[in-house]
Design a protein around this ligand. Structure first.
Ligand SMILES: *Cc1c(COP(=O)(O)O)cnc(C)c1O
Length: 455
């Protein structure tokens, strides 16, 4: 047996196309609806927010869409990313399982998010847009779009969820280093923000609120569009470069995953690593198991309803069918800001509803414990969000140990935690609490789901 721990692809083996799961779904997805009419929306309804090329991708059912050469040129700075075999972690766990991880923390912004930030900025720029407005949770998406804005000479406005704005000042500094503007949300700059502040002056903010603010700015300005770092079909498709690279690298390793694990906030890094494999499975390939791991304090896939809901708190977006905790649900302010979203990618929701993937929820301290164990074995300190995937992968490896199985586990190490040291300090200081959401608030948020005639 070889002791290889790192599988690197040549630049020339970087995927040239994104993979679109829509082509292989056994049942079509429920269409997004116009909140006013209850009718399926068309491309024109989305035109105030997105450039036409991204709208086409959002609605496409073609299996492959070419990655523009200019985008690939930029990707070559850090892609293909490495795939590692976690031999030291396997030893530490004394498991017969083989654990592999794809490391997306090597991007300039430190996560998988530039995989979609770069093409989104590219398509907007190509259609004459000079400014993008967006939201960010922990700041990973804001810094990724800020990076893209710097490369394409675009103005970037980022509405950052207030609790993370306070927890992660260095993420704001990174966005500003790239030339972006970063504002704590809810802010006084928008009607949506002012409305929340009027009712809850001390609001911690949420991704749902920050999305409303960014959408409002984009919808009311001709030169400005909106960019979303997760959830949407085209975003998940942009992330499939990750899973496609894994396929080639797992081939190099002479292995094939029995289990694929990813953490889920909006579903993009999970979809990115899982969908190319799920597509292969749906076309008659091997029977891989897919596990989405989410925070117990914001348990969208494990506790939410699969129903039409708004993507934002201010109800400015179309209605999409997804697993949701209700658009007015404000999760407690735990440390994985990137996972504090009330909804889930409609594609991830759909494949869970079809029984094609499983989901699991963990509290944050057990995830940090897993992340620290991982760091002590492998040297890389994961982002708090990624710790959920690490926890999920370790538990699969421990299950293999119990069952005496040498299964192959692959997980997405979607970002490093170098800007999240306060969270680790809180963990080591014993100050990290396993926050629970308020059952009453969840019930109220779910009771407020919009009623949709088409259902
Ligand atoms: C944004 C982010 C997430 C959550 O978003 P997904 O769309 O679910 O991937 C998870 N991990 C990291 C490192 C992130 O930056």
């Amino acid at each position: 047996m070889s002791d290889t721990v790192k599988y690197l692809l040549d630049e020339k083996d970087m995927p040239t196309h994104w993979y679109n799961i829509m082509a292989d779904l056994p049942e079509p997805m429920a269409p997004p609806l116009h909140p006013g009419t209850g009718q399926p929306i068309g491309p024109d309804d989305l035109a105030p927010l997105f450039p036409m090329e991204l709208i086409k991708q959002e609605m496409s059912t073609e299996r492959e869409i070419e990655i523009p050469e200019e985008v690939r040129d930029i990707f070559r700075q850090w892609r293909p990313t490495p795939l590692y075999r976690a031999r030291r972690l396997e030893k530490a766990l004394d498991t017969p399982a083989k654990i592999y991880y794809k490391y997306e923390g090597v991007s300039p912004a430190g996560s998988h998010k530039p995989n979609t930030a770069i093409p989104q900025a590219y398509y907007n720029k190509a259609e004459g847009i000079t400014k993008l407005a967006t939201e960010t949770g922990a700041g990973q998406w804001g810094s990724s779009l800020a990076f893209a804005g710097a490369l394409f000479g675009m103005e970037i406005d980022v509405y950052m969820v207030k609790v993370s704005f306070g927890q992660k000042p260095y993420r704001k500094a990174l966005m500003e280093s790239y030339g972006a503007r970063c504002v704590a949300s809810p802010s006084n700059e928008t009607n949506a923000g002012r409305a929340i502040l009027a009712d809850h002056p001390d609001s911690n903010g949420s991704l749902g609120i920050a999305i409303s603010e960014a959408v409002e700015i984009a919808a009311t300005r001709d030169d400005t569009k909106y960019a979303l770092g997760s959830v949407l079909n085209h975003v998940l498709m942009h992330q499939t470069i990750v899973g496609q690279e894994c396929m080639k690298q797992m081939d190099m390793a002479g292995d094939y995953p029995d289990v694929i694990v990813g953490c889920t906030g909006g579903g993009s890094n999970f979809g990115g690593i899982a969908f190319p494999y799920l597509g292969e499975k749906l076309r008659g390939g091997k029977d891989t198991k897919f596990i989405a791991v989410e925070p117990a304090a914001c348990p969208t896939l494990t506790r939410g309803q699969f129903a039409y809901d708004f993507g934002d708190t201010g109800h400015l977006t179309p209605l999409v069918k997804m697993h949701t905790l209700g658009s007015t649900f404000i999760p407690p302010g735990f440390h994985s800001g990137g996972l504090r979203y009330h909804g889930m990618a409609p594609q991830v929701s759909h494949v869970q509803d079809l029984g094609l993937i499983e989901s699991k929820a963990y509290h944050q301290t057990t995830c940090f414990e897993a992340g620290v164990k991982f760091a002590r074995a492998e040297g890389i300190l994961p982002a708090p969000e990624a710790n959920h995937a690490v926890r999920g992968a370790i538990d699969e490896a421990l299950r293999c140990k119990e069952e005496g199985k040498s299964e192959t586990i692959l997980f997405n190490l979607c970002g490093h935690g170098h800007f999240d040291m306060q969270a680790y300090m809180d963990y080591f200081g014993g100050n990290l609490q396993d926050l629970d959401y308020d059952e009453g608030e969840l019930a109220m948020a779910l009771a407020g789901l919009p009623s949709v005639a088409a259902e």
